[in-house]
Design a protein around this ligand. Sequence first.
Ligand code: SF4
Ligand code: SF4
Length: 332
Amino acid sequence: MRQYSMEFDSVVTELTFRCNAACPACGRHSFANNLNDDKYHFKFDKFKIVFTEKFLSKLKILTICGNYGDFILCEDALEIIKYIRTFLPKESIIVIITNGSARNKIFWNTLGNILFNQDKVIFSIDGLEDTHSIYRINTRFDRVIENAQEVIKTNSPLVIWKMILFSHNQHQLNDCISLATKLNFDFFYKVFTTRNYNVPVEKHPFNNPEADLDLECKAAAVKDCYISPEGLVFRCCWTAHCYYKFNKKQDFKFPKNFDEDYNAFKVPIETILNYSYWDKLDNFLVKCPTKAFKVCKDSCNKKMITSLSDRINLKTLKSEKYAYKNVKLSNF
Ligand code: SF4
Ligand code: SF4
């Protein structure tokens, strides 16, 4: 039997469920409770209970990415990231994904200076001045660019432009790449979303919902788990969404006493990650793919490209494409 304490070497979390944006296909719109409740919000003191120094010291990648919120709405964000950077091994990586459209220049400059060269700040920029805010409602293109430039100026972490392709922006792909080059972004990548919003005319050849089922637990493949700001530990952000959304909880079956036994405010995180549950779940998904939960079939067909596939790319490509500054700008 595998010992999972050594198998989890990366974590996805989010500092808050609050967000300044209102992207139409965001999971926020089907959240069952009050997203602004303090229980869905990490303060520095709370963060240190779940993410102990010892736990951080074992991680290779810590990703701060929103299922429901953006780290810029967490007032302790810089203090928390400084703490993470202090106790994460020197060679480990912090990845931050953000809409980038809040906080002042000092915030972004300070962030850049806290982070190391191999860390990544990924800005979600879905087009140019006239298209970006069609999906990123309540965000401003000029502000995001200005904030990204503050981080670029520090010459420290890798600064990445991530563009989701929609029917309303796909014609601007090359112009976005040119602008990213001109502004000294380190990397550009495009995302083929599976969300049903202004779907681009040209789909990714692998992005085919009708494809035969060939299941791979992508979270297990990248040794990930997702920890919500209320301390609950999930295999991935998709299963978290099954837990938090107002309907379709039957899309995934949670273990007994999940609320108590999988809450890292109540049980030490190492104990939770050592449960045999993770092993059993992985075995079940691999051995009985046709009986797998709906969310797994929908999200983890190997033939589908999803946001977690992007994370696999981020991880596996890191040594060649992400380890150094001034990597060649490209889109894949
Ligand atoms: S920026 Fe992220 S968390 Fe905020 S509304 Fe958009 S998708 Fe949701
Ligand atoms: S959706 Fe299911 S198969 Fe995919 S990463 Fe999550 S638990 Fe694994």
